[in-house]
Design a protein around this ligand. Structure first.
Ligand code: HPA
Length: 245
């Protein structure tokens, strides 16, 4: 079963026929919201809104362990993360869809592993390539099938949030080699790897990152929301084409 984690701007999939909802319980507490089971182009999907259905959970307080565990319990064998990002690159204007291939993690203080030692196991996962390549390529092919395009490859910087970054912080991320910046990519990706579930992300550029191009004078949330509304329609359309590629 395919799982989709929706981020800002995507708290439901209007093109998914919901069959049932389930409030999941996990050893790590409660996920962000109920799991929505349904079908998309006749294939089973399970959907979870990362920030809750009323968008009430900020990035640093998302219970990533419970979310991923619940999807594992739901027998998810692939996870697609939809998340909005700020763009560090001038050639990724707002509205660009990006399928990242690498991650740099700047988050801190998040519960980021199932392997905490003590009574349990200590295990070190391989994370050289944080995203599943086959799933990445399916996302890119689905974009083409939907007459759209998604850029193949980007380095995603995961910041702590919930505040946006300073200009100097974005300059540093750029020097580090990051292309886009978001607040929820980690530890979601590494927890999926710990659970051995193939995971890939589709990032929607909502704005230029702090101090870049038109964001020189600051970032305006009204603008972000407008971009996200249009772009998430395209993401839904892309997801509908996943079963055809
Ligand atoms: N920074 C971090 N996360 C984001 C941004 C940003 O500029 N835009 C959307 N998510």
């Amino acid at each position: 079963m395919l799982a989709i984690i929706g981020g800002s701007g995507l708290t439901q999939l209007s093109n998914m026929a919901v069959i049932r909802r389930e409030v999941a319980r996990t050893p790590y507490g409660e996920p962000s919201g109920a799991l929505m089971y349904g079908t998309m182009c006749n294939e089973p999907v399970v959907f979870l809104a990362r920030h809750g259905y009323g968008h009430t959970i900020p990035p640093h307080l998302v219970n990533y362990r419970a979310n991923l565990w619940a999807l594992k319990q739901a027998k998810a064998n692939a996870i697609i993360s939809v998340a909005s990002v700020g763009s560090i690159r001038s050639d990724f204007p707002p509205g660009t869809l990006v399928v990242p291939h690498q991650i740099i993690d700047y988050t801190w203080g998040r519960k980021s592993t199932y392997f905490e030692g003590g009574e349990g196991l200590v295990k070190h996962i391989d994370f050289t390539h944080p995203y599943d390549e086959a799933l990445r390529q399916r996302l890119i092919a689905a974009a083409h099938a939907a007459d759209d395009s998604a850029h193949d490859g980007a380095v995603y910087a995961a910041t702590q949030g919930p505040r946006l970054e300073t200009k100097a912080e974005i300059d540093r991320l750029e020097r580090d080699g990051a292309d886009v910046v978001g607040m929820t990519g980690m530890p979601e990706a590494s927890l999926a790897r710990e659970l051995e579930i193939p995971y890939a992300a589709i990032n929607v550029v909502a704005n230029y990152a702090a101090g870049r191009v038109s964001s020189e004078r600051g970032i305006h949330f009204g603008d972000i929301e407008k971009v996200l509304q249009g772009s998430m329609l395209r993401v839904r359309h892309l997801l509908e084409h996943l079963c055809r590629v």
